[in-house]
Design a protein around this ligand. Structure first.
Ligand SMILES: NC(=O)c1ccc[n+]([C@@H]2O[C@H](COP(=O)([O-])OP(=O)(O)OC[C@H]3O[C@@H](n4cnc5c(N)ncnc54)[C@H](O)[C@@H]3O)[C@@H](O)[C@H]2O)c1
Length: 374
């Protein structure tokens, strides 16, 4: 299908390599990390070519391939800029950049050069998100009126995170995770789905706070809890919560005129998607206690077994870009989609107590469904 090069080979890079093994025909041209010991450990484990400098990596990267930027968020702007300046289509781990100004400048740079610039997460291209999208388009639950989506990870500061080691030996970077914050890290997992179905968010009314200031490591730390109300140009009012405080809950519920569509796992491509019809039994209004499991009628995409907290194919996004380059068509993970998701995420993260209503300045169209979910 095509060629990728990888920059940054820490914790998440192993999840990409495991996913890559499930995909047909994607090869790795080269891998670079500015930590030579980590680069060697990763490349020996996965048997992929190590490249000593970023310049060499970009130099030898084929221009019809995709560079994966899997570095820490604070390096995203600089590394994404370097990839685009070198004329490379770029898939960036989230967020695209740490400020809206930087994200906009990357977006403008990519557009001016005719390059693709996409942002993780790509679970929007996965089976669960596409099954829900199909259910929304076919109207099984009637008009959607409201959505509740939760990305609560449990009380992570008390978790045994020092024992979370990736397959090839990278520790989970807890200090960086606490500094970047769960909103920048995770909001995209449901924002991506929501924006793909409904297009642009018009207004964000959010609040965010640090509820556990004395986390381990060197701060300053980011908010560890955010709650946002999203008003779409063309979609139902939505509440989205991100935290590393509240008990683990990754469900999304779409409340329609005829019942509730739901999925309980944001990080599992194969998660069950259900529809609970609304009923009146005697005088009592309720959603059916026996929800129906919804399935697409066609085979979907290669799945990856659960590793740690996720059962996701991290290569669906890069594969979508490679396929779009090969076919000469726009990528579903468009530059506008990446920028808009970043703006909404930053509005949640930076809301604090007093931001009030924030009007979004970017936008994008809803995403074309995957062919197997039409
Ligand atoms: N940890 C997870 O579970 C997880 C899951 C999904 C996505 N992500 C995302 O993946 C990205 C990376 O996270 P991680 O957990 O792998 O972090 P990590 O700290 O384990 O790895 C990042 C790697 O990038 C390298 N690096 C940093 N700046 C660099 C630069 N300028 N040039 C070359 N190499 C550089 C570091 O040396 C390190 O090896 C983040 O954006 C994060 O949001 C992480």
């Amino acid at each position: 299908m095509g060629v990728v090069s990888i920059i940054g080979c820490g914790f998440v890079a192993d999840l990409y390599m495991r996913s890559l093994q499930a995909m047909d025909g994607i090869t790795v041209a080269g891998v670079h990390d500015h930590n030579p010991a980590r680069l060697r450990q990763f490349c020996d484990f996965w048997e992929v070519p190590a490249v000593d400098t970023l310049e060499q990596l970009l130099d030898r990267h084929p221009r019809d391939g995709v560079v994966l930027n899997l570095t820490n968020p604070s390096a995203h702007f600089e590394v994404n800029s370097a990839c685009l300046d070198a004329g490379c289509h770029t898939y960036s781990e989230k967020p695209l950049a740490m400020t809206l100004q930087d994200a906009k400048s990357l977006h403008d740079k990519a557009n001016a050069a005719g390059l693709m610039l996409a942002s993780a997460p790509c679970s929007v291209l996965g089976e669960a998100a596409q099954t829900l999208g199909h259910a929304l388009r076919t109207g099984i639950a009637g008009t959607p009126r409201a959505i509740y989506a939760e990305l609560d990870d449990g009380f992570v500061p008390q978790a045994a995170y020092k024992k979370w080691i990736s397959e090839s030996g990278a520790p989970w970077p807890f200090e960086d995770e606490f500094r970047v914050g769960c909103t920048l890290e995770h909001a995209g997992y449901y924002l991506g789905w929501l924006i793909s179905w409904f297009g642009s968010v018009r207004t964000v009314v959010a609040a965010s706070a640090q509820t556990i200031p004395d986390k381990e490591g060197t701060g300053p730390f980011a908010p560890d809890l955010s709650v946002a109300t999203l008003f779409f140009e063309n979609g139902p009012m939505t509440r989205l919560t991100c935290s590393i405080v509240a008990p683990h809950d990754h469900q999304i519920r779409i409340i329609g005129d005829d019942g509730v569509l739901a999925c309980k796992a944001a990080w599992d491509n194969s998660a069950k998607v259900t529809f609970a019809k609304r009923l009146t039994i005697r005088r009592r209004l309720m959603e059916s206690p026996f929800p129906k499991a919804l399935k697409l009628s066609q085979p979907t995409h290669p799945k990856v077994k659960r590793w740690g907290a996720a059962a996701m194919n991290f290569m669906l996004g890069p594969a979508e870009m490679l396929e779009a380059i090969r076919a000469g068509r726009p990528s579903r993970l468009s530059n506008d989609f990446a920028l808009h998701m970043t703006e909404v995420t930053l509005a949640m993260q930076n809301a604090g107590e007093t931001s009030g209503a924030q009007t979004m300045t970017t936008g994008c169209d809803p995403m074309e469904p995957m062919p197997w979910a039409m």
